[in-house]
Design a binder for this molecule. Sequence first.
Ligand SMILES: C[S@@+](CC[C@H](N)C(=O)[O-])C[C@H]1O[C@@H](n2cnc3c(N)ncnc32)[C@H](O)[C@@H]1O
Length: 250
Amino acid sequence: MNNETLVQNKKSWDKAAERFFARNPLPEYGPFAPTEEDLQLFGEVKGKRILVLGCGSGHSIKYLDGKSPSELWGLDLSHVQIQTAKHLLAESNTSIQLFESPMEENPGIPSAYFDIVFSIYAIGWSTDLRKTLANVFQYLNDGGLFIFSWEHPLYNRMSHENGQLVMTKSYHEEGAYNHHAWQEPATMQQYKLSTYINLLIASGFHIEQIIEEVCITEEDKERHSNGWYSPDKASLLPTSFIIKCRKPNI
Ligand SMILES: C[S@@+](CC[C@H](N)C(=O)[O-])C[C@H]1O[C@@H](n2cnc3c(N)ncnc32)[C@H](O)[C@@H]1O
């Protein structure tokens, strides 16, 4: 791994990891987003080979483990996250493979092998979205599904002040920016929704569904009462987007 941003982000994630253990794993797609229980994007999981990019502490894998998939694979940049996931999943009866690796690189994942690849709130960390999507396309079987969620590109470009939304950053601005919220420097990427869509199309995917809805439950209101994701702001614009797409059958 000789990309400076990835080396820095790995250090940063290793420090921050603990705060994110079990944060928004499946069936959740993100704060105030509808859940997999609402959306049923995966369909039948039994007997399927599934890979997750940015598997974090392994809680999404744990959720799927209860649904009899044939194999569960995960990768994550952070050593701390992968060690936590290994510990969490140690008792599983499913075949599980975990890699400490950036999603931009292939650490030894087979081609044309998976029925489903998914990623929850991790894809926006990719320093090379085109390469990451090409990897996903390569890992999938013909007809295989790719499902991912990320923060909606409008959410961090707008602030919510006195009941009004104020544009604080241009929607047109794309690329790397410093993630100021952490003590240890980290670099995130920002793209327009159309960039995600156009790169998926250019990578060969057929897009089946894009979800921008919010779902504000009483429990979520309490959970996010003081955070970056606020129910008041979420009632005016989406916090997350979710895309379901497919590698077409040849
Ligand atoms: C917000 S967490 C997602 C957690 C995950 N959804 C879960 O269920 O626990 C984002 C994850 O992306 C990982 N990450 C950041 N940059 C990455 C990269 N370039 N390649 C792979 N994983 C990365 C982080 O280490 C972190 O575990």
